[in-house]
Design a protein around this ligand. Structure first.
Ligand code: ADP
Ligand code: ZN
Length: 611
């Protein structure tokens, strides 16, 4: 038996959104909020948080008020809801007085289902007065981690959210975030007064994302190769650390025929907005960006998130990679990682202005990130363990599962390398970067070697059993394991306390040997694709392209992102199952009542023409 609330929720899911079933966790949360309970929801990016407040807002009497810091995206969010036939509007500083008055009027008269609101408006007396004049179904607090002062997205305006409960104690509140760590969770609970709320912590697994971390050689070329071989015509986000790399990489891709746009905080805000808007609206664009880009970007069909530089923490990495594949279709999270990344990040922490506690926290975050890069076991299992979900079996959809790297005993290599660093320091009082130490071990008679008479050292030429690239792997892993340190502006190498244990043979050093991966992975990726819910046959592909063209034209005409019309997944299903009546169309995931009425006939025409 279903209760009336449950039935209403399921009806709304089918009728408005065109979805058949709830994703894990959604139903429980929705029922709890529909019944008037407070909730704190922790769910990964792409997990489906929006429905958790949108459906209760539709089912409960009154207007659902959504507080969100993402002002630049409110228009798109509202457009997407309107396309579903939901009566949505927003209030923020981008509107003129007349526009705001019209929205306020609609709120008072109950002509809205959902109202999006920028947090700074909560400070205004006029907002409180407005709230008193209408009926509120619920308060949703999106991106709730913005209330956490230690997090990376702190918004002072969010502190004012605690007053919602004091002034309107009978209105249920639902706070949502994709930031999962214990510390943030506790801070949200405390600051928003959600101690008595029910806490829903979903699994953070994103099974459709394939995690891959490869050794960095020439990152731009590696990226280009990946885009060409596996992600042609796909939407992608490429993250780089610096503005300069962003610009260079975007140019490089564009020069090689891949449509790419740069995005970073140094660009004029109008350019940033234009690039963001094009990325959301057009198919198959590559956004090359610093981490300034991405929060709240709910484009469902990003097929690849690439990192050309090492993220500072697993939290950041997971949030960024989570932007791939929100629609549940197979997607790739790919990162190129090398020795220079470790040196650079360690240097940045050392030279940062933060106090001891800050540097210590930054080091712990970086070490966890490095451990993920150097692991010989399943990446996903390690990621989930980090978020407190231990015991995961090997996933079969990450690079270490698909092409297992070997682990080898690197103790002797480590000793050789550390001895060379030791001798340079103690016999010559010199410090060098990795390149020179490797040249010495390989016995290379370079000018720099002769100039410093390094060929006279006892360690000269004792490391010829490994090639240069392999030595760089050794150094990277020593740095990652804390068995070697870096110092100063030039990233010179120094011994750490732990180095002494290795030199004294009290500690073994297991290392990872990179497998011959690219070929195998590419094959595995293809099989993973075939396993996708709806993969396209050769006959269906041209039909899918016709549908995409129809969608692009329709979206352009309306000035909305393409996915607001229909998701890729829905177009794929049109193309492969070829419905021939409105009745059949309505059974397809993503076709709700409103879209069926509005586009049904047009879709049938496109399908008939393409047949
Ligand atoms: P989050 O806010 O948690 O990152 P969203 O709410 O944006 O995730 O949802 C991610 C995507 O999944 C959206 O495109 C949404 O339409 C889709 N989605 C959500 N719930 C369902 C469902 N029950 N069935 C099918 N698709 C869903
Ligand atoms: Zn795995």
């Amino acid at each position: 038996m279903t209760s009336p609330g449950e039935q209403d929720a399921l009806d709304a899911l089918k009728r408005v959104f065109g979805y058949d079933s709830f994703r894990p966790g959604q139903q429980e949360i929705i029922e709890h909020v529909v019944a008037g309970g407070d909730a704190l929801v922790l769910m990964p990016t792409g997990g489906g948080k929006s429905l958790c407040y949108q459906i209760p807002a539709l089912v409960r009497p009154g207007v659902g008020v959504v507080v969100s810091p993402l002002i630049a995206l409110m228009q798109d969010q509202v457009d997407a809801l309107r396309a579903l036939g939901v009566r949505a509007a927003f209030l923020n500083s981008t509107q003129n007085l007349d526009q705001r008055r019209e929205v306020e009027r609609a709120f008072r008269t109950g002509e809205l289902d959902l109202l999006y609101l920028a947090p700074e408006r909560l400070q205004l007396d006029s907002t409180a007065q407005l709230f008193d004049q209408g009926k509120i179904a619920l308060f949703a607090i999106d991106e709730a981690h913005c209330v956490s002062q230690w997090g990376h997205d702190f918004r002072p305006d969010y502190l004012a959210l605690s007053m919602l409960h004091e002034r309107w104690p009978d209105v249920p509140r639902i706070a949502l975030t994709a930031t999962a760590t214990r510390a943030t969770h506790n801070e949200i609970t405390e600051r928003l007064g959600l101690g008595d709320a029910r806490h829903f912590v979903a699994s953070f697994d994103r099974p459709n994302i394939q995690y891959r971390i490869v050794p960095k050689n020439s990152p731009q070329k590696q990226l280009l190769e990946l885009l060409r071989s596996e992600h042609e015509g796909d939407a992608a986000i490429v993250y780089c650390l610096s503005r300069a790399t962003v610009e260079k990489t975007a140019d490089f891709l564009a020069n090689n025929g891949i449509p790419a746009l740069p995005y970073h905080a140094g660009l004029d805000s109008r350019i940033r907005e234009r690039h963001q808007s094009r990325f959301l609206r057009e198919d198959g664009l590559v956004m090359v960006a610093t981490i300034a880009f991405g929060m709240g970007i709910d484009k469902p069909d990003v097929r690849l998130v690439a990192h050309l530089d090492l993220p500072k923490s697993i939290e950041g990495y997971y949030q960024e990679t989570g932007r791939a594949g929100r629609d549940g279709l197979p997607s790739t999270a790919w990162m190129a990682y090398g020795l220079a990344d470790v040196v650079q990040q360690r240097k940045m922490i050392d030279s940062s202005e933060g106090d001891f506690a800050f540097r210590r926290a930054a080091t712990i975050h970086l070490d966890a990130m490095l451990a993920l890069c150097e692991t010989v076991s399943c990446r996903r299992a390690q990621l989930l363990a980090y978020f407190g979900e231990p015991g995961g079996a090997a996933c079969g959809n990450c690079d270490t599962c698909l092409a297992p790297p070997e682990s080898w005993d690197g103790t002797i290599a480590a000793q050789k390398f550390l001895s060379a660093v030791y001798r340079l320091k103690n016999e010559r009082n010199q410090k060098f970067g990795a390149g020179q130490v490797i040249d010495v071990l390989l016995g290379k008679e370079t000018e720099k070697v002769r100039q410093h008479r390094h060929d006279e050292l006892t360690v000269f030429g004792i490391g010829t059993e490994l090639r240069e690239g392999e030595w760089r792997g050794v150094v990277r892993q020593l740095l990652a394991q804390g068995l070697l340190g870096v110092e100063g502006d030039y990233g010179t190498l120094v011994l750490t306390e732990a180095s002494a244990e290795v030199l004294a043979r009290r500690r073994e050093v297991p290392m990872r040997r990179e497998p011959e991966r690219p070929a195998k992975i590419a094959k595995a990726a293809r099989t993973a694709r075939t396993a996708a819910p709806v993969d396209l046959s050769d006959e269906a592909r041209p039909l899918f392209e016709r549908l995409r063209a129809w969608r692009a034209a329709t979206a352009k005409e309306q000035g909305v992102p393409a996915y607001v019309i229909f998701h890729d997944a829905t177009l794929r299903e049109f193309a492969s199952s070829r419905p021939s009546s409105l009745e059949e169309l309505s059974g397809i995931t993503g076709v709700g009542e409103n879209k069926l009425n509005r586009y049904g006939e047009q879709i049938l025409e496109v399908l008939a023409e393409g047949a």
